[in-house]
Design a protein around this ligand. Structure first.
Ligand code: AHM
Ligand code: MG
Length: 331
């Protein structure tokens, strides 16, 4: 028991290392982890509680039946609402930012999240996750605005995700490497299970929705041809696509691999969103020794022009992200 490194203990140790740390950030991370534990519980019993699928109906107790992604959104917002250090949140589920109750004027932090990534997998019992990103703002003393969020990904001070799979794993970085914590459901604590995650080389898998290939550019086809050539680095490179970004990135982080969701003829800007999908995952993957680009630009250099801006995303093992740039970047 003495050696058990829980997320709270880990954060306390880290806090001691930073002179002048107020403990605000530690508290914020522990509240995000708490929200993820609750989402994990709801995901695990979703089938029982009938929260899958539709909104707008009532369950047997006469309570409103809420879709799991809406429920997760409200849970995260509720948990952050009373933290005085959080000024506002931006979520995939909400068109506009929401100011918090406690920190709207003097909170230093802004939090972006995708409360439940992998919408198409929610109702079919396949791995889903929560993604978050934290920034500091320089406008303390007044109410935060959407513009405060529209900053380059390199300005994030922390990012992470929680994945609800065969186990629940909370992965995060504060810019000093990436650590993963697995939820021990018996004690209700996240325990350090994946210290200092680094993307192994070479890539053993690639992930893309090949169903969209008819719309891809010649360059993207050339990239896929290289990955499936069976030559050199690609002697053993398998296709693995969950269709939940956070799950595909998690696997590629652990095993080495590249995920790509390019812009194509139908959707030139791609599908994935900058602020709460691409930025946080790019931050984590870079911290683990990988890369992330939109084919031309580093993801962390993108300054979004709106809360829900989309971007092509190529993310994972550095050599493959570079190769995509060479073969398809200009097309
Ligand atoms: P979501 O945030 O609504 O779940 O949409 C994003 C998801 C990603 O998790 C995943 O990588 C992608 O959409 C899958 O898209 P597709 O179904 O087109 O393959
Ligand atoms: Mg998503």
């Amino acid at each position: 028991m003495a050696g058990l490194m829980t997320l709270s203990r880990y954060n306390l140790q880290r806090k001691r290392e930073y002179e002048g740390a107020t403990g605000d950030f530690t508290l914020l991370i522990s509240h995000l982890a708490l929200a993820c534990k609750v989402v994990s519980r709801e995901v695990a019993r979703a089938g029982l509680l009938d929260v899958l699928g539709h909104t707008g109906t009532s369950n047997v107790q006469g309570e409103q039946v809420t879709k799991l992604d809406v429920l997760s959104n409200e849970l995260l917002i509720e948990v952050l609402n009373d933290l005085p250090m959080v000024a506002a949140v931006a979520s995939e589920e909400d068109e506009q930012i929401r100011l918090t109750r406690a920190g709207r004027l003097n909170g230093r932090y802004l939090v972006c999240f995708d409360p439940l990534d992998g919408s198409s997998n929610i109702d079919v019992n396949v791995t889903i996750g929560t993604i978050f990103s934290i920034r500091k703002r320089d406008t303390v003393g007044r109410e935060a605005t959407a513009e405060d969020f529209l900053k380059a990904g390199s300005e994030q001070i922390a990012a992470g995700y929680c994945i609800y799979g065969s186990s629940t794993i909370f992965v995060y970085s504060t810019g000093d490497g990436v650590d993963g914590f697995t939820l021990d459901p018996n004690v209700g604590e996240f325990v350090l299970s994946h210290p200092d995650m680094r993307i192994p080389d070479p890539a053993v898998c690639w992930s893309a929705n090949v169903g969209n290939a008819r719309n891809w550019s010649a360059g993207t086809h050339a990239f896929m041809a290289r990955l499936t050539s069976g030559e050199g680095r690609y002697k053993k490179c398998s296709l693995r696509y969950v269709g939940t970004l956070v799950a595909d990135v998690h696997r590629n982080l652990l095993q080495g691999g590249v995920f790509f969701y390019p812009g194509d003829q139908k959707s030139p800007k791609g599908k994935l969103r900058v602020l709460y999908e691409a930025h946080p995952l790019a931050y984590l993957v870079e911290q683990a020794g990988g890369k992330a680009s939109d084919g031309v630009r580093r993801i962390l250099d993108i300054v979004p022009d709106g809360l829900h801006m989309r971007t092509p995303l190529i993310i994972g093992s550095g050599a493959e992200v570079d190769l995509y740039g060479e073969l398809a970047g200009a097309t």
